[in-house]
Design a protein around this ligand. Structure first.
Ligand SMILES: NC(=O)c1ccc[n+]([C@@H]2O[C@H](COP(=O)([O-])OP(=O)(O)OC[C@H]3O[C@@H](n4cnc5c(N)ncnc54)[C@H](OP(=O)(O)O)[C@@H]3O)[C@@H](O)[C@H]2O)c1
Length: 110
């Protein structure tokens, strides 16, 4: 898969932090290039809203995005059980993983 090329293949690209600024921008840029993007996030409703926004904004920019190639995976990186569960779900749902964009913000500070 050529991340710098104009079009991308069908292998899923996982994007952690996709409900945030950088992750969402990365998801949008990759989806517009035809990538199969999997938006990772801890909040199911937020993820669904991001998918809707991604598809709407891409089509407004005349870059058709196949909604079947925009998926979500719920995971909370602060919860090891959630991470394990998401990994098992990913193994079941996706045949392979070629790329990971990790832009989730984790902080030890309160
Ligand atoms: N923006 C910049 O100019 C900039 C510059 C340099 C470095 N950075 C670094 O790049 C990273 C991303 O920046 P950003 O501006 O995109 O931040 P952001 O808009 O605050 O997004 C942070 C993302 O991390 C997710 N997240 C936080 N805790 C999580 C957890 N426990 N499990 C799963 N996801 C979690 C958030 O999910 P929720 O939506 O559920 O909260 C959100 O999607 C940060 O580490 C930031 O310090 C940013």
């Amino acid at each position: 898969m050529n991340l710098l090329g104009k079009r991308m293949g069908d292998a899923p690209v996982f994007i952690a932090g996709s409900t945030g600024s950088i992750g969402f921008a990365a998801a949008m840029a990759l989806a517009k290039r035809g990538a199969h993007v999997v938006l990772l996030g801890r909040n199911r409703d937020k993820l669904a809203a991001r998918v809707e926004r991604l598809v709407a904004e891409a089509s407004a920019a005349e870059a058709s995005v196949d909604p079947k190639k925009v998926e979500t995976l719920v995971v909370d990186f602060a919860d090891l059980a959630s991470v394990r569960g998401a990994a098992l779900e990913a193994l079941e749902r996706f045949a392979r993983l070629d790329a990971l964009v990790h832009r989730a913000q984790l902080s030890c500070m309160s």
